[in-house]
Design a protein around this ligand. Structure first.
Ligand code: AMP
Ligand code: ZN
Length: 112
C-alpha cells in the first residue's frame, strides 16, 4: 500500500515518534491544530475506523483508543480532545486510521 503513515512507521519518512509498541504508534502532527497535536495509529494498515470495526479486530481498536486516552491524560491535566475523521465528509485526508489527540487550548463545539 502506498501510505504515508505506513512509511513513517517503517522509518522511510521522518516523523517525531512519541510512542511506539508492537501494535500502536503515536507521532506529532506536522500541521498542528492545537498547541499539542498527536496522531495515534495502529501499526498495521487499516484505512479507517469503520474498516477496523468490520474486521472484528477489537484488540487493535482497544489498543489505539486506550493509548490515545493515556497520551491525552499525560499531555494535559486540563482535558483534551480525541477526533477520528472518517471518509470524505468526515474530513479524512490520510487513509490510515489515526486518532487525533488535541490539547493545550479550549476546544470549540460544534467542530467545523
Ligand atoms: P485527517 O484529515 O484526519 O486524515 O488527518 C491527517 C493528519 O495527518 C493531518 O492533521 C495532517 O497534518 C497529518 N499529517 C499529514 N502528513 C503528515 C506527516 N508526514 N507527518 C505527520 N503528520 C502528518
Ligand atoms: Zn498505512
Amino acid at each position: 500500500v502506498d501510505c504515508i503513515f505506513c512509511k513513517i512507521i517503517a522509518g522511510e519518512i521522518p516523523a517525531k515518534i512519541l510512542y511506539r509498541d508492537d501494535d500502536v504508534v503515536a507521532i506529532a502532527d506536522v500541521n498542528p491544530q492545537a498547541p499539542d497535536h498527536l496522531l495515534v495509529m495502529p501499526v498495521k494498515h487499516v484505512p479507517n475506523v469503520g474498516e477496523l470495526a468490520a474486521s472484528n479486530d477489537d484488540a487493535t481498536m482497544a489498543k489505539v483508543f486506550t493509548r490515545a486516552a493515556h497520551l491525552g491524560r499525560e499531555r494535559s491535566t486540563n482535558g483534551y480532545r480525541l477526533v477520528v475523521n472518517s471518509g470524505a465528509d468526515g474530513g479524512q485526508t490520510v487513509d490510515h486510521l489515526h486518532v487525533h489527540v488535541l490539547s493545550g487550548r479550549a476546544m470549540g463545539w460544534p467542530p467545523g
